[in-house]
Design a binder for this molecule. Structure first.
Ligand code: SF4
Length: 239
């Protein structure tokens, strides 16, 4: 029975790897299914539940006071949310008022628009991972200071190292600057691939910009189609 259990565990690992690599289905014979049904149920933590080092990182960040002004003004540290085994990761700038209040990134109006974009891609928020460059809200939503970016960037890099997404979407100029260390405008960079530590990055407009400039949604959708193609995922038809 232990041997069978090992086989089931190995099969699950292989299938998870295939899913992460873009495979959407596999053919399984009835005989194999019958054998698998005889195996004991293996209970594993849900993919979205932080475990081990990732949970320790979250605990460390939530106690961080490296930026004295931000640490003093914040209601919550906004670490990140989603599937820690996600193949797609979104990185934004910093929490706003709603995010600071609820302790979760992208939950305000811009966040609701991001959720719609994710769903238009045929995914759910729980399928991807969402984080910001800064984990604490700058007062009055001012642009993050260079020193604050330097303080918080290592946490984002640790998140990326742990999640190892296949693709990162950088939302807006601040996220692009934090990841790629360039000062080129987002309008010039969006729609083109860049690389960060061997991970492809697609810069695109921040959802907050889309709220002010709805016509730019068309360009973001083009960028998301490029991302889906990179992930070998189907491109849903826009409703
Ligand atoms: S923004 Fe980042 S580095 Fe600054 S206090 Fe918050 S968690 Fe720490």
């Amino acid at each position: 029975m232990n041997k069978l259990r090992e086989i089931v565990d190995d099969t699950i690992q292989v299938l998870e790897h295939m899913k992460k690599s873009g495979t959407t289905h596999v053919e399984v014979s009835k005989q194999t299914l019958d054998e698998l049904n005889k195996a004991p149920v293996v209970v594993k933590p849900k993919a979205s539940q932080p475990t081990g080092d990732f949970a320790a990182l979250a605990t460390k960040v939530k106690a961080c006071t490296k930026c004295s002004e931000l640490a003093r003004c914040r209601t919550n540290v906004v670490f990140g949310v989603g599937n820690i085994h996600a193949e797609l990761m979104f990185v934004g700038e910093a929490p706003g008022a709603d995010e600071d209040e609820q302790g979760e990134p992208f939950v305000g109006r811009a966040g609701q628009l991001l959720t719609k974009i994710i769903e238009a891609m045929g995914l759910q928020r729980s399928d991807v991972y969402i984080a910001n460059v800064l984990k604490c809200r700058p007062p009055q939503n001012r642009t993050p200071l260079p020193e604050e970016m330097n303080n918080c960037r290592p946490y984002l890099l640790e998140q990326i190292d742990a999640i190892q997404p296949k693709v990162i979407v950088a939302l807006g100029a601040t996220a692009v600057r934090a990841l790629l260390d360039v000062e080129i405008g987002i309008t010039k960079m969006r729609g083109n691939w860049y690389t960060f530590h061997n991970t492809p990055i697609m810069p695109t407009f921040h959802p907050a910009y889309l709220l002010r400039n709805p016509p730019a949604k068309r360009e973001v959708w083009e960028d998301m189609k490029t991302v889906l193609t990179k992930l070998s995922r189907p491109i849903p038809k826009m409703k």
